[in-house]
Design a binder for this molecule. Structure first.
Ligand code: FNR
Length: 350
């Protein structure tokens, strides 16, 4: 796409991402979470007052087990989204991540599209976000800029491959991650961007010292498709289905959940997907595209109401399942079917 008169290629890309992600939300229907069902039992020995949704990850406690995941910043247009999302975070207490702060490290004139998050929500839990090619010094600059409580580092090889201007040399990533995790001074969350994670990746992250991951699987916002849609040459549309879905990635994570705090994002549509991800052992679930579309189409007040409705719905489902907290929810009975079951069998996951 051709940049508007006053825009750099970088800020045009950020605007395209938002607009194409919004289009994808409108088209989203089937999800791998539909292959996950709870077994209904006829007794629940709980009262609503006993249901506790609190959770802990990255060394912090949170009242709600979901958050606004990393998306945007880097242009005047995306600043408006960060402002609205930060208002939702402030009103609901949800944690919130920015999009990659790389743009502001390169071009300080767009810093305000990120710092707005902290201005609007001075006391909330805010995460900065950067790619794994950045070193410790840049990670410190990103955290300082947002006065962030934590840093998300994203792993996005398929997206880079599909972008003609994308990175083609990933050799520095492991050392950068190890340095940042060891010396940044705030918790670090390693996340995918919608392609999911394998058990092997998670084990490698453990060896690098990582303590918190977000598996961010396939099923929601699709960055191969977004990058394909931004150009008409070098089309990688065969890769539109690349990667593990979020439930597949959560199955992959079962063997590392004692060592790592596992967060889940990618294609979370509503409160039933949230509770299913929590039942698979996620400490919390992140939503990007869904919150983006919600603030865009319904505005801040309605999005705040949706968060409150979801909290209430999750509490009621916990009551129905007889689970007073997330640890009990992890022990509830689940049945998986379809492609998810085939994945579990092929990867020998019980
Ligand atoms: C993203 N995502 C993302 N992730 C990241 O770590 N850094 C980033 O800068 C961005 N940018 C970005 C822009 C937009 C517009 C969207 C919608 C998403 C990816 C995001 O955090 C998440 O991993 C995926 O979007 C999958 O979750 P959803 O959208 O299916 O809930």
């Amino acid at each position: 796409m051709i940049p508007n008169n006053n825009q750099t290629l970088d800020s045009q890309r950020k605007d395209d991402h938002v607009n194409l992600a919004l289009e994808q939300q409108a088209a989203m229907k089937h999800s791998a979470f539909d292959d996950v069902r709870f077994v209904h039992h006829s007794f629940s020995d709980l009262s609503m007052q006993q249901v506790d949704l609190s959770t802990e990850w990255a060394g912090h406690s949170f009242n709600l087990p979901f958050y606004i995941n990393g998306m945007t910043g880097g242009s005047a247009y995306t600043k408006q989204f960060n402002q609205k999302l930060a208002e939702v975070a402030r009103e609901t207490g949800l944690a919130m991540a920015s999009g990659s702060v790389s743009a502001a490290l390169k071009d300080p004139s767009v810093s305000d599209s990120f710092t707005i998050i902290r201005e609007v929500n001075p006391n909330g839990f805010v995460m900065a976000n950067l790619g794994a090619h950045h070193n410790l010094e840049n990670a410190k600059r990103a955290v300082d800029l947002l006065k962030a409580d934590a840093l998300q580092i994203h792993l996005n090889v398929p997206q880079e491959v599909v972008m003609p201007e994308g990175d083609r040399d990933y050799r520095s990533w492991p050392d950068n991650i190890a340095d940042i995790v060891s010396d940044l001074g705030v918790p670090v969350i390693l996340k995918e961007v919608g392609f999911g994670m394998s058990r092997e990746t998670m084990e490698q992250l453990v060896r690098l010292g990582v303590q918190t991951i977000d598996v961010s699987g396939r099923g929601g916002t699709n960055f191969v498709k977004i990058e394909n849609d931004r150009r008409d040459r070098l089309d990688f549309s065969d890769l539109n289905g690349w990667g593990q879905t979020t439930p597949e990635s959560l199955l992959e994570s079962l063997s590392v959940q004692r060592t790592l705090d596992v967060l889940a994002s990618g294609g979370i549509r509503h409160y039933t997907d949230i509770i299913k991800a929590l039942a698979f052992g996620a400490k919390a679930t992140g939503l990007s595209g869904k919150f983006l579309a919600s603030v865009h189409e319904k505005g801040v007040a309605d999005t705040v109401q949706t968060v409150r409705d979801w909290e209430s719905a999750i509490r009621h489902m916990m009551l129905m399942l007889g689970c007073s907290n997330l640890a009990e929810l992890r022990r509830t009975n689940i049945v998986i079917s379809g492609e998810l079951r085939s994945w579990a069998e092929a990867r020998q996951i019980d």
